[in-house]
Write a protein that binds this ligand. Structure first.
Ligand code: ATP
Ligand code: MG
Length: 211
């Protein structure tokens, strides 16, 4: 099991308001190195808002906390954004020096071998999602924040991506926070499942994955 020495994420009282409305409401969260946590919750419950806050991309969030290794965080957004004026491979490598071959390998791992020179607008939504996943994996992050990274995939491709993520998780042991609407996916991949409701953690389930 994950060693609970020095959390990667430890936030307290995380609150995000839009006007009078609290979209994140006094939320506490800890995430240890090498821990795989899935985040479930209804549409609008605050999952993407929480991920953006944890990624340090929301200047208006209130609360105390620390995110210890921001330089080693990879984020896969819900709407995978690729640079439209760059082909697929540079979209994966994105300025990471000496990573061309690793970029090619990552593309092959997400099932996109031979598509290195395609333009983003020549890809389907699910293919773009997989480019975004390859982009985050090539960085071998200590913390992966992923917001429904498999949302646009068919069942078979989704299973392949689960296997890939599990293998990478076992190799590099990043901490993962995975937002998903798929309960089976959460249970299959994570050792801890959180349910967000109205900006609060309404339920927590620990699964002893035995890994
Ligand atoms: P989904 O499963 O649909 O992706 P979510 O749990 O990720 O939902 P969020 O995107 O975090 O939900 O949004 C939480 C709430 O915050 C929603 O009610 C949304 O309308 C609101 N919200 C998000 N961004 C803004 C904004 N810029 N201004 C006002 N309200 C916002
Ligand atoms: Mg969302």
């Amino acid at each position: 099991m994950a060693a609970h020495t020095g959390e990667l994420i430890r936030v307290k009282g995380l609150t995000r308001r839009y006007g009078d409305r609290k979209v994140l409401d006094d939320l506490d969260l800890e995430l240890a190195p090498g821990e795989f946590v899935a985040l479930l919750g209804r549409s609008g419950s605050g999952k993407s808002t929480l991920l953006r806050a944890l990624a340090g991309l929301d200047a208006d969030v209130e609360g105390e906390g620390e995110l210890q290794v921001p330089a080693e965080v990879s984020v896969v957004f819900q709407d995978a954004r690729l640079l439209p004026w760059q082909r697929v491979l540079p979209n994966v490598v994105l300025g990471l020096t000496g990573a061309e071959q690793r970029g090619r390998d990552s593309l092959a791992e997400v099932g996109l071998e031979g598509r290195e020179r395609a333009w983003p607008n020549e890809l389907s939504g699910g293919e773009q999602q997989r480019v975004a996943l390859a982009r985050s994996l090539v960085r071998e992050p200590r913390l992966l924040l992923a917001d429904e990274p498999f949302g646009a995939l068919d069942a078979l491709t989704r299973l392949k991506m689960h296997a890939l993520l599990r293998r990478l998780f076992e190799q590099h042991r990043p901490a993962v926070l995975l937002v998903t609407h798929d309960v089976d996916e959460a249970i299959a991949l994570a050792a801890r499942v959180l349910v967000l409701d109205h900006g609060r953690i309404a339920a927590e389930l620990r699964l002893d994955a035995g890994s």
